[in-house]
Design a protein around this ligand. Structure first.
Ligand code: ADP
Ligand code: MG
Length: 368
């Protein structure tokens, strides 16, 4: 097994910089998720590690070995593509066995290895079927089986769940995670879906525009986003972001934007004062961290309920204050009233969970 280390990796397609000077280590035997929007450079990074794309500059190490000049087959890495890429004219057995060809094994050795991997992936019953005779979930297990049959040191998964329907996706999330733990294989799993990243990753690498934005555990990137991009990208529904000017009236702080004037909770106001934070900033608050009341309370702001989306045990509520709209997410039992479209309600911010960001640099402002 092996860690994967990238040093100043840059990938270009003509003038397009797909990966921009990325340095990071994917830890040995860990499940790392690379998360970012479409086009941010995830596939280019994976293909560079696999040896399918030649970087413009930078170094790639697998374990101790510098692999830049090695062929894909010499890197001891396997990649599962978004499209699965199974051979349609071969049955499952042959699809799995095909990857063993270069090893020049005997028939019985091949049979043993195929049987072993098909047991791990629960494919024993399907060995005689062709890809077209399999469900998408089964096809995907064959694709993973093919990647694993040679026991690579590193497994690269490029959006492996994106082709599956919602129920199967949930199943495969658990399945892939368990398989990775069982086999203790260094795994890099790429996705644009932050829910998937939160559920699966030991660590998450958040990327945007070819650049790493943040690396952390699922909790770290959720609780302590380093900048506006990560804050907005992680969490569903997204964090509410309100741009405005901090103002002070009679000892109280407010965030004043064109649309709305929000009182800052007193404890937070004190911290802003202590940190000497003034001027234009962006306030961030997750939908689950807004308190909502059916009547006015001290320092609350009036808003109108525009939309109510019941979801299992919670409500996602769209509110608007003049032209400013935002979302609140509440446990039905915690909320304590039944929200109705058109109804007035009053909100306050959870002072422990309110974030501030620098408007220029987009970085989160650390409060004292
Ligand atoms: P992701 O996997 O995160 O969606 P990619 O690594 O596929 O991102 O792409 C990163 C950027 O590089 C995008 O702007 C994409 O359009 C561009 N790109 C990817 N592959 C090629 C290619 N073969 N030729 C030209 N541009 C490419
Ligand atoms: Mg991709």
């Amino acid at each position: 097994m092996a860690e994967v280390k990238l040093k100043n990796l840059t990938v270009k397609y003509g003038e397009v910089v797909a990966v921009n000077n990325v340095s990071l280590t994917f830890e040995d035997k860990k499940f790392t998720v690379m998360l970012g929007p479409s086009g941010c450079g995830k596939t280019s990074t994976l293909r560079s590690i696999a040896g399918l794309t030649r970087p413009a500059s930078g170094e790639i190490y697998i374990g101790e070995r510098l692999v830049n000049d090695l062929y894909p087959s010499e890197r001891n890495v396997a990649m599962v593509f978004q499209s699965y890429a199974l051979y349609p004219h071969m049955n499952v057995f042959d699809n799995l066995a095909f990857c063993l060809k270069p090893l020049k094994l005997t028939r019985s050795e091949i049979k043993e290895k195929v049987n072993q991997i098909s047991q791990t992936l629960h494919l024993e019953e399907f060995l005689n079927r062709y890809p077209a005779e399999l469900s998408s979930g089964q096809q995907q297990r064959v694709a993973i089986g093919r990647a694993l049959i040679r026991r690579p040191a590193v497994l690269l998964l490029d959006e492996p769940l994106s082709q599956l329907d919602a129920v199967l996706r949930e199943e495969m999330k658990v399945y892939i995670k368990k398989l990775q733990e069982e086999l203790a294989i260094t795994t890099i799993h790429v996705t644009h879906d932050q829910t998937e990243a939160q559920a699966m990753g030991d660590r998450i690498v958040v990327m945007d525009l070819g650049v790493i934005q943040q690396i952390g555990t699922p909790q770290e990137v959720y609780n302590n986003p380093v900048n506006l991009f990560v804050a907005g990208f992680i969490g569903n529904p997204s964090m509410n972001l309100i741009s405005g000017e901090l103002s002070r009236e009679e000892g109280k702080f407010f965030l004043v934007s064109k649309e709305v004037k929000i009182p800052i909770p007193p404890k937070l106001g004190k911290k802003l004062e202590k940190g000497n934070i003034t001027g234009e900033i962006v306030l961030g608050i997750r939908p689950e961290h807004i308190f909502l009341f059916p009547e006015a309370i001290q320092d609350s702001v009036e808003a109108e309920i525009i939309e109510v989306l019941p979801q299992n045990n919670e409500f996602i509520i769209d509110l608007s204050c003049d032209s400013f709209s935002f979302k609140v997410r509440k446990d039905k039992e915690v909320l304590g009233f039944h929200p109705q479209v058109g109804q007035k309600s009053w909100f306050t911010l959870n002072e422990e969970k309110t974030y501030f960001f620098d408007k220029e640099t987009t970085r989160r402002i650390e409060l004292p």
